[in-house]
Design a protein around this ligand. Structure first.
Ligand code: ADP
Ligand code: MG
Ligand code: MG
Length: 885
């Protein structure tokens, strides 16, 4: 609804930076700078609210707006003692779009508006600078036609270039003479008339209203809508700024440029900028001539240079952030046209934040809040040196960040062999990976797959162990038989070098120089600041000693999830594990388990030793057993082939048949809801017993060595108290026996994972037995929504997003409304029973900033995430505490 007297137009002198949502970023800052007394060409801002109303009732808004705009123009005419459209001394303005958040797709700026065939003569006479007047008109014609009327810019460039070419080979725009400019203008106007069907508008009012209308329309062009959708930017509307022109193209004592108060790529405290003399608007950015540096400015414009330096200082102190400034020099006088918080690389963001704390410019809290926690991950991985020369042959899905070079190898055994025997850097290239490729993934430096998405096996494992992965690269045609892949005409053979970039999904043939991650001094300082502020603990999901070491290096306060199934997957163990699964009697099974026990004990021993007394939560075996067996159809085919070719002994065949039989019996319609977690422990208690024995033997031995150790045994997939009780009773007995046997004092806990909605509902009961809760948010999300993750992400979630059924993927961003409420209730109920119940998240959400914020708010004690996300989690946890104070 349009309210009759809503104020749509604000003079710069009426605004301030706090009105960003109403006036847009550009408008609010122009007002703010006016108020702190900088030399700002004056003007006014039409509000974002007018833009939104325009979409409700276009005509009505334009009708109310027009008189208000004309009034504002009148105020400018009085102030500058010039008249809009005057044939002797015309007031000229720019029309600039400006949304509350900077956004591509918005209408480009139109400069020199108000010129026409008559006033251009007046401008020439009044300034005594004919060249300047016609250059300005030439530019205005071009910008208005392109930006407001949508005539192809190329047509104008063609005309311009034709005239430049006549001046000589490398002629610049400044080489054009007045007569050239006049000719160009004539051709431009003819082109306009041909394209639009009417002459170029001579009325400045018409020029202005058309431009305002075009800015409003640009808010809802396709590009803008897509961008907002992708980046979840609200429908703010855009503001329109109308500002009196100052001219950098008036001659060689004029110019235009941009400046940063700190170096935007390194963060160093040094003024940085570029400018061009005798130029206007975007000329510097557009690269029409090579811009000059600040050092050159000191020579060419010493007075302006000094002024600019002190002004930068003033702006940075005022905004308390690095500023990106646009300025224009007109006849030696400096004007500021824009300031905003400068964009920066993640490295410079960290340096600037820490430096500013040291300089006393901002508080530690402000420093933490200035960091985009997500972008921090770029600092933890190698990246491709973009200055290098390389050709991207294909792109896949960026599933696990970091760039790496290695030789392409097409199977996991060979990968492991090359790693172990020759210490080669291998990139495992597979159509897709399966659990029996895990040893290959561990031995590789990175993985490339033709199929699968971000949650494919390769992607999940690679992220877990922090190796780069590019998956689902459809254009990469893998030929396993001939050990090669092709992309179009490019062939990559086994042993050829390739480079993959898991941050962007790029695939490159050959080696490419890589840039090391920068764990700079400032980064460490920033993380220390975060630790001072945060309340949430940050632990790591870590399954191996390598993970544990990385986790500590990145500042983990413990291990929140140590999954034991990966320990079963190792290549030399898998046969024993299969032997255990296929055992026909308990005794037979025990034989196999006895072989696994020392291996498991070794795993835990190493991890405990590395963690030196920090808590380590170990989850007992969780996945359905068939995951440890070969793939069914493959096995069938293989056996069939053996039979037909008589290539196997009867004995061998019998073994295969038995395996087929077992896989058939283990087959489940719905494995996600099948025999797994504590159900497994109740059905096959010996496995849990072996694991607990291994955990406590390892812990006791470490303790005997005088190193502290804190094991926490986690029983997964509990839905009923009775399940937990039966498993726990059996295992506590073993723990106690072991401790007695070693005769040590051991601090340990038994707890559970809350990942079934029923467990959350009866959390008060569960807490009578569980000494801690760890939220398995992946499963809890699956079970709460009733989505199976792989099916959902692969099939219908994309459609849900497209149709607006959902906006966020609940497996990436914790669903606070549903899953989160279950968690909140479980914590409350649990703590009703056990006041000091420790609760944490151990799903992937533990490394995602908005989920961490939620975790803080509902009173979790810690979050746990992949080691590589720990710095992100530390910063996000500190931000959560600041935001929710
Ligand atoms: P963007 O949002 O793309 O940066 P701007 O509105 O800042 O676009 O304008 C583009 C260029 O025109 C900038 O270099 C700016 O400094 C310049 N400019 C805008 N308004 C004026 C004006 N009134 N006088 C002189 N130059 C201007
Ligand atoms: Mg700008
Ligand atoms: Mg689970």
């Amino acid at each position: 609804m349009t309210t009759e007297n809503e104020k749509y137009v604000y003079d710069f002198s009426e605004g301030k930076k706090e009105l960003k949502n109403l006036l847009g970023g550009k408008g609010a800052n122009l007002a703010e700078m006016t108020n702190i007394g900088l030399n700002i060409p004056q003007g006014f801002t039409i509000t974002t609210s007018a833009c939104l109303k325009y979409y409700e009732n276009q005509d009505q808004v334009m009708e109310t707006l027009k008189p208000a705009v004309l009034d504002a123009i009148k105020r400018l005419e009085d102030k500058y003692n010039k008249k809009f459209g005057d044939i002797k001394d015309p007031l000229l303005v720019s029309v600039r779009s400006g949304a509350p958040m900077s956004m591509p797709g918005m209408m480009d700026t139109v400069l020199n508006l108000g010129l026409n065939d008559e006033s251009v003569k007046g401008l020439a006479e009044q300034t005594g600078n004919e060249r300047f007047a016609y250059d300005s008109y030439r530019r205005f014609l071009q910008m208005f036609s392109d930006v407001v009327m949508g005539i192809e810019l190329d047509h104008f460039e063609e005309i311009l270039n034709a005239y430049k070419a006549k001046k000589g080979e490398n002629a610049k725009d400044t080489d054009l003479e007045i007569s050239d400019l006049k000719n160009i203008i004539r051709e431009y106007k003819a082109l306009y008339e041909k394209e639009i069907g009417s002459p170029f508008p001579q009325s400045p009012q018409e020029q202005l209203f058309n431009s305002i209308d075009a800015v409003f329309k640009s808010w809802n062009n396709k590009r803008a809508i897509t961008y907002r959708k992708m980046n979840k930017i609200p429908n703010f509307g855009t503001a329109v700024n109308v500002q009196v022109m100052v001219f950098g193209n008036k001659g060689w004592s004029s110019g235009t440029g941009v400046a940063f108060t700190r170096d935007p790529s390194t963060g160093e405290k040094r003024r940085f900028g570029e400018y061009l003399a005798n130029a206007q608007g975007e000329d510097v950015v557009a690269g029409i001539r090579t811009p000059k540096t600040m050092t050159e400015m000191k020579e060419e414009f010493p007075k302006v240079y000094d002024e600019l330096m002190s002004l930068m200082e003033k702006l940075e102190n005022h905004y308390k952030d690095m500023q990106d400034i646009e300025f224009t020099i007109e006849d030696g006088e400096l004007f500021i046209l824009q300031t905003r918080n400068g964009k920066r690389t993640p490295t410079s963001a960290v340096k600037i934040a820490v430096d500013m704390v040291k300089e006393g410019l901002i508080t530690k809290e402000q420093a933490i809040m200035s960091i985009d926690a997500k972008s921090i991950s770029d600092l933890l991985f190698k990246s491709i040196d973009d200055k290098a020369d390389f050709e991207v042959i294909a792109k896949g899905i960026n599933a696990s960040p970091g760039a790496v070079t290695g030789i392409a190898i097409f199977d996991s055994d060979r990968t492991e062999e090359l790693k172990n025997k020759e210490n080669m850097d291998v990139i495992l290239v597979r159509p897709q990976t399966k659990p029996d490729d895990v040893h290959g993934l561990y031995a590789s430096v990175g993985v490339l797959t033709q199929f699968g998405g971000k949650t494919s096996h390769a992607a999940v494992v690679a992220r877990g162990i922090g190796k780069p992965a590019v998956v689902g690269a459809q254009d990469v045609k893998i030929d396993i038989k001939n050990k090669q892949f092709t992309v179009g005409n490019t062939i990559v053979k086994e042993g050829d070098y390739i480079t993959i970039d898991g941050t962007t999904g790029r695939i490159i043939k050959g080696k490419v120089p890589l840039v090391d991650p920068e764990l700079t001094g400032e980064f460490i300082e920033l993380l220390d600041i975060a630790d001072e502020i945060k309340k949430l603990g940050v632990r790591a999901n870590a399954d191996t000693p390598t993970d544990a070491t990385k986790a500590l290096e990145f500042g983990a306060q413990g291990i929140g999830l140590c999954r034991t199934e990966h320990m079963f997957m190792a290549q030399e163990r898998l046969p024993v594990v299969q032997q255990m699964i296929m055992a026909k009697t308990t005794e037979e099974r025990q034989v196999a388990l006895d072989k696994i026990l020392p291996m498991q004990k070794g795993d835990f021993y190493d991890i405990f030793k590395i963690m030196k007394g920090k808590p380590v939560t170990i989850r007992l075996l969780d996945p359905p057993l068939h995951e440890f067996l070969p793939e069914f159809t493959e096995l069938l085919l293989e056996t069939q082939k053996l039979k037909m070719t008589n290539a196997a002994t009867d004995e061998e065949l019998k073994e295969k048949e038995e395996l087929i039989h077992i896989i058939r019996t283990l087959h489940e319609e719905n494995p996600m809801m099948g025999l797994r977690g504590c159900r497994l422990g109740i059905t096959w208690p010996e496995i849990n017993e072996m694991q607990v024995r291994a955990i406590f033997q390892a812990a006791c031995e470490i303790k005997k060595e005088g190193i502290n150790v804190k094991p926490e045994v986690m029983i997964p997939l509990v839905g009923m108290l009775s399940e937990l009780k039966i498993v726990k009773d059996q295992l506590v007995k073993i723990a106690k026996e072991t401790i007695d046997h070693y005769n040590v004092d051991l601090d340990y806990k038994f707890g559970t994972m809350i990942e079934i909605p029923r467990a959350a509902l009866v959390a008060d009961k569960i807490a009578t037995e569980a000494e801690f809760f760890s939220f398995g948010t992946n499963d809890l999300t699956q079970m709460t929504f009733g989505f199976s993750r792989d099916d959902a992400e692969g099939k219908f979630l994309p459609i849900y997003f497209e149709r607006g059924v959902m906006t966020d993927n609940p497996f990436e961003i914790l669903d606070q409304e549903g899953v989160g409420q279950l968690m909140k209730m479980a914590i409350q109920k649990g703590r009703d029973t056990r006041k000091d119940l420790k609760c944490g998240i151990c799903g992937e959400h533990g490394g995602e900033p908005s989920s961490i914020d939620f975790a803080h708010r509902i009173g979790l004690n810690y979050v746990s995430c992949s080691p590589y996300r720990i710095p992100i989690a530390r910063i996000a946890a500190a931000q959560a505490n600041i935001k929710n104070k």
